[in-house]
Design a protein around this ligand. Structure first.
Ligand SMILES: [Zn+2]
Ligand SMILES: [Zn+2]
Length: 626
């Protein structure tokens, strides 16, 4: 299965697909730079499901080791490449693909080395290893005379780069045990400080933090699901229009973060009304008549039982239904997926476990009966049904949980806009773009016409620096947290001006502070400087709906600095609108001094950035509600 979509070249081995060629060139360009400079500069690529990362590792290894015979002939040492992954399945798959791409290699993974003299394997120039076995073999001396020039790390977000940085600096603090990946990387860098490190991942986030930073210095290339659909390497999406839906609006969750939803809460909601589940499952069966494999995401362990029973009541034979949860054993799970691959198990139900790493090309219908916690999780799940397969023209995505509507507010990806539009147009809830006259969903944030740049609400513009020191400038949904352009973390556009660039000698004395509430949702702080200047800061503590993340953060930060004490903070937080807020303005501290500067853009001249506040004991005397 893993060889699908690759064609053999004249030498009888696999070659990269066209878009992989492009990625390979970027990676090789990076490597030739760092090899010449003789420095270690770890970098990663972000490739969505279906890109064929497996192929990339093999092709990089092939390119790097290509000149080996010539080097050996000239008496130079040959290039060595080490590919590391955590899961045995991935190592197995990657190694096999490399062989069929003309790259002789050795596997170092305890599960795959059984029956051989595992501790004494002859190592080829390319080695595929699991993290743990690799460390064991390093300790037993198997790698003493084999030092890689290049290390490729699959699913590189699993590597705890903070741990590596800590140990590399020697300030690991209390912890006396480093992680296995840390030991491996530091050992290799110790042996050869010029080791090159390239990571590959579908989601460059770890604990809600972008991995680019102190360890991973740059992101070399990105391809998301939409890019791959456009390039024809994934099938296009056909959005379903459900008759009925579950109502998950009561779920409190920050969908801009990469966090999991509470399964029991979802389970409760989805099992409230059995007749709803009945009609949804009937509709799924009806819409799957011409489909070959259906992947269903259920809310929880009670819901999945009800869903299965509803399928049987709708006339599906039990043998065609597979149920996979996190407590399903490896053997049962493998059996269900194998049968699904052969077309002998049409409906596979799961509770959030089949989001990544599972490859069943026959799947051509996904039904979401639960919300997806983030854009990444949604894309990964939907990616399961987008793989190319003979006779497959598209994949049906049936959203019974309001996923696209919710996530469509925090991403500018066109596939979400299309999904939202399809569902909205069925309910006649549309708006026409004033620029290009394209029909959009009423709640659209941006025109879905790709050639049109009309935003229906102000986008937040990315200020991250990307390759060649240019600003990314990608326009994002105002409440997005990850940039759709560079994949990085979005910040308050004014944050760069807050604090960092100010020095103590720029501090100006303040003689008073006043708080105004122009309306119930907006509050303005006025700082009266001794030099006569009046600076204003504006906050929206009670705004609902589209609130940029940084705006809420700004208010939280303000409270942290200005609340007199914990009790005051509790009283302030008990306020329900800004009119109530100004009544407790005596609970806010006034700074002795601060720096101020004009804001940029539309707010120039009206609002300011007040930073580096220094506090005394003065309180506000005149809180006034307008
Ligand atoms: Zn338009
Ligand atoms: Zn960006």
């Amino acid at each position: 299965m893993y060889m699908i979509n690759f064609s053999l070249n004249q030498a009888g081995v696999f070659d990269p697909r066209d878009y992989q060629e492009d990625g390979l060139n970027k990676i090789m360009h990076h490597l030739s730079n760092t090899f010449i400079k003789g420095i270690c500069e770890p970098a990663f690529v972000e490739y969505s499901v279906g890109y064929g990362k497996t192929g990339i590792y093999a092709f990089i290894a092939r390119k790097v080791t290509e000149g080996n015979r010539l080097r050996a002939f000239k008496g130079k040492s040959t290039f060595k490449v080490l590919v590391i992954a955590r899961q045995t399945e991935l190592i197995d798959q990657n190694s096999k693909f490399a062989w069929s791409s003309g790259v002789p290699n050795t596997v170092v993974a305890s599960d795959l080395n059984k029956g051989k003299n595992a501790k004494n394997i002859k190592l080829q120039n390319v080695v595929f290893a699991t993290e743990q076995t690799l460390w064991n073999r390093i300790e037993s001396g198997m790698f003493d005379n084999w030092t890689p020039d290049l290390v490729l790390i699959d699913e590189c977000h699993q590597l705890d780069w903070k741990d590596i940085v800590k140990w590399a600096k020697g300030d690991q603090g209390e912890s006396c045990k480093s992680k296995t990946y840390t030991k491996v990387i530091l050992h290799l860098l110790n042996k050869n400080p010029k080791t090159q490190i390239i990571g590959g991942t579908g989601s460059p986030w770890r604990m809600n933090e972008w991995i680019k930073g102190n360890f991973w210095k740059s992101c070399i290339d990105r391809k998301n699901t939409e890019d791959l659909i456009n390039a024809g390497w994934l099938v296009p999406i056909q959005w379903g229009v459900p008759d009925v839906e579950y109502d998950y609006s009561s779920v409190k969750h920050d969908y801009s973060q990469n966090a999991e939803l509470s399964e029991s809460e979802l389970d409760d909601i989805a099992t409230k009304d059995l007749s709803l589940t009945h009609s949804i499952m009937r509709e799924i069966v009806e819409n799957s008549k011409n489909r070959r494999g259906v992947l269903i995401f259920c809310a929880g362990r009670h819901h999945i039982v009800e869903a299965k029973e509803s399928l049987i009541e709708s006339g599906v034979p039990e043998s065609q239904i597979g149920v996979i949860t996190d407590s399903t054993g490896y053997k049962v799970r493998t059996d269900i997926l194998d049968r699904a691959r052969e077309g002998n198990c049409k409906y596979v139900l799961n509770i959030g476990v089949l989001t990544a790493g599972v490859n069943v090309p026959l799947w051509d219908h996904i039904a979401l009966l639960r919300p997806m916690g983030s854009v990444v999780m949604f894309t990964q799940s939907v990616g399961r049904v987008l793989r190319l397969c003979d006779g497959k023209e598209d994949a049906l995505v049936s959203d019974y949980a309001g996923c696209v509507e919710r996530l469509g507010l925090i991403t500018d990806q066109k596939m979400f806009a299309d999904g939202v539009y399809k569902k909205a147009s069925a309910k006649k809830r549309i708006r026409i773009c004033g620029l290009c006259e394209t029909e959009n969903a009423k709640q659209a944030i941006k025109c879905r016409n790709e050639t049109c740049d009309r935003w229906f609400i102000d986008p937040s513009i990315c200020e991250n620096t990307v390759n060649d020191n240019q600003q990314c400038s990608h326009k994002n949904a105002p409440s997005a947290r990850m940039c759709g352009g560079c994949g990085g973390l979005l910040r308050d556009p004014n944050e760069a001006l807050n604090g960092k660039h100010y020095t103590e000698d720029m501090l100006k004395p303040i003689v008073g502070m006043q708080m105004f509430a122009p309306n119930k949702k907006e509050v303005v702080m006025e700082y009266h400087f001794e030099d006569g200047f009046i600076a204003r800061e504006q906050f929206y503590p009670y705004r609902t709906g589209q609130v940029p993340k940084w705006q809420l953060q700004k208010w939280t930060d303000f409270l942290k600095e200005h609340a007199i004490d914990e009790l005051a903070l509790a009283d302030i937080k008990a306020c329900k609108n800004t009119f109530e807020l100004v009544q407790v303005s005596h609970l806010f501290r006034t700074p002795n001094s601060a720096t101020y500067r004009d804001k940029k853009g539309k707010q120039a001249g009206r609002f300011h950035i007040v930073s580096l506040k220094r506090f005394g004991n003065d309180l506000i005397k005149n809180g006034v509600a307008a």
